[in-house]
Design a protein around this ligand. Structure first.
Ligand code: EPU
Length: 433
């Protein structure tokens, strides 16, 4: 059992360096399956979802070499197997990208249904709709999602997504790059990681146009060649640290970011009274710890709207704002499981379906809480940093799925946060710098 112990109530000062984007990396790593030759992928975040995906590729027969802490070489040239072993694939959501990538490369794929955080129903019908539009038969049997191109190779097709889906947009792109002819995705998602996946594939020889708009056109090519590509910085990791400064106060320069990707988060924080100064590849975030935040309303939406993956973190900051704020979750059915935890710290939050009403309080007080999922876990850390007293955050493996070195990064800006490992009830303290 590993938990984080946080002595809160200290403002944060200093600099934090942002890692590569999780939700880009988890699509780009499977995309290496489509490439003939060695892909060098740089700026890979060191998080457990990435480690698992690299292991799955190795299980399939890929040659994966670590070049340095953030760079891997992946060579999938000799893979002959389109069946992903059960086990690891079920632990992560992004294993669904293996369906599109293997189907594109081999004309068939067998992949266990994906896992991931519990955010309500997480269907993949729109992914399947896209594969079917390209001439695949898809069924679920024997604990596998089985997909097979009717003629051994997918054909370009046209798909209108009924709902804007990040996963479906990227999965259909993966399947389409080696298909015969043109595929058109309408009502596509526009997140920065969609553009990043398209840039990765194009740099290896694919022909994808329109990524970042709601119509993406993919002209199939016969093969992709190896090359090198650097993943974009993580928008949500950056936003999480911005929210931490908003909640705890202080002044932190958040480095290695694309400020444009943060606009949707910056705009809300500014409304809340946080100062944000943008530079070329960093943002300086400042909040006077002696002044309370302003209330605001937040509605989560697909990009460029306010990201659902920032909803718990901004909600925690709003728990300490002056006045009442309303949050509307516009993407997931069930993303308020953390509310019970934050109430233990003195927050006043009422949830009705997709709406949370937050009545700001003067202060939160430390308590033992759980990370219910990745972003909820990050929100608990933020609450602990801002609260008076000691907070213990349990189930931190969720947080480590998506945040590289969160304890070290926060310690570096003056947070009092430690990792505590508890084997058989006996507490052993590990050093965290
Ligand atoms: N949806 C469908 N059918 C589908 C696909 C999606 O109805 O076939 C619905 C979902 O139920 C949801 C909405 O469409 O209500 C949007 O889902 P989307 O497909 O965009 O989500 P995802 O691809 O499964 C990714 C991220 C999530 C992030 C969402 C939205 C990965 C691995 N996951 O999920 O990230 O919340 O996009 O931006 O990229 C996280 O990082 O903490 C996380 C949960």
């Amino acid at each position: 059992m590993t938990k984080y112990v946080i002595h809160g109530g200290r403002p944060l000062f200093g600099e934090i360096e942002i890692s590569g984007a999780k939700n880009a990396a988890v699509a780009i790593i499977p995309a290496a399956l489509l490439v003939d030759g060695v892909c060098r992928i740089e700026n890979i975040p060191q998080i457990s979802d990435v480690t698992l995906l690299l292991k799955i590729l190795q299980e399939l027969g890929a040659d994966v070499r670590t070049v340095d802490r953030t760079t891997v070489d992946i060579d999938c040239t000799h893979i002959r197997n389109a069946k992903v072993p059960d086990g690891m694939a079920r632990q992560i959501r992004a294993s669904y990208y293996l369906i599109g990538a293997l189907l594109g490369r081999f004309g068939s794929s067998q992949v266990p249904p994906p896992g991931g955080c519990h955010l309500g129903a997480r269907p993949i019908d729109q992914h399947i709709k896209g594969f079917v539009a390209m001439g695949a038969d898809v069924d679920v049997s024997g604990g596998y999602i089985n997909a097979r191109a009717q003629d051994g190779r997918l054909q370009g097709g046209q798909v209108y997504l009924d709902i804007v889906s990040v996963g479906a947009t990227m999965n259909i792109m993966l399947a389409a790059v080696l298909a015969k002819g043109m595929t058109i995705i309408e009502n596509a998602a526009k997140e920065p990681h969609i553009v990043d996946l398209a840039n990765f594939l194009n740099s290896m020889g694919a022909d994808i146009m329109g990524a970042g708009t709601d119509v993406i056109k993919i002209r199939g090519v016969d093969r992709l060649n190896g090359g090198a590509y650097s993943i974009i910085p993580d928008q949500i990791e950056a936003g999480t640290y911005m929210a931490a400064v908003a909640a705890a106060g202080g002044e932190v320069r958040i480095k290695n970011v694309i400020p444009k990707h943060l606009d949707c988060i910056t705009a809300k924080l500014v409304e809340m009274g946080v100062e944000v100064e943008e530079s070329d590849d960093s943002v300086l975030v400042r909040r006077d710890p002696n002044r309370r935040l302003n209330r605001t309303n937040v509605k989560t939406l697909p990009y460029p709207g306010f990201p659902t993956d920032m909803q718990p973190q901004i909600a925690v900051a709003l728990c300490m704002a002056e006045g009442t704020s309303v949050i509307t979750e516009g993407v997931w059915d069930s993303r308020y499981r953390y509310v019970d935890e934050i109430r233990r710290m003195g927050a006043k939050v009422q949830v009705d379906g997709k709406i949370a009403v937050i009545e700001g309080v003067d202060k939160l007080t430390g308590a033992p809480v759980q990370a219910c999922d990745l972003r909820a876990g990050a929100a608990m850390v933020i609450a602990g940093l801002a609260a008076q007293g000691t907070t213990e955050v349990d189930c931190v493996h969720y947080i480590e799925r998506g945040y590289e070195d969160i304890v070290r990064k926060l310690s570096g800006v003056g947070a009092d946060i430690r990792v505590v490992v508890t084997p058989d009830e006996e507490k052993t303290q590990a050093s965290v710098g």
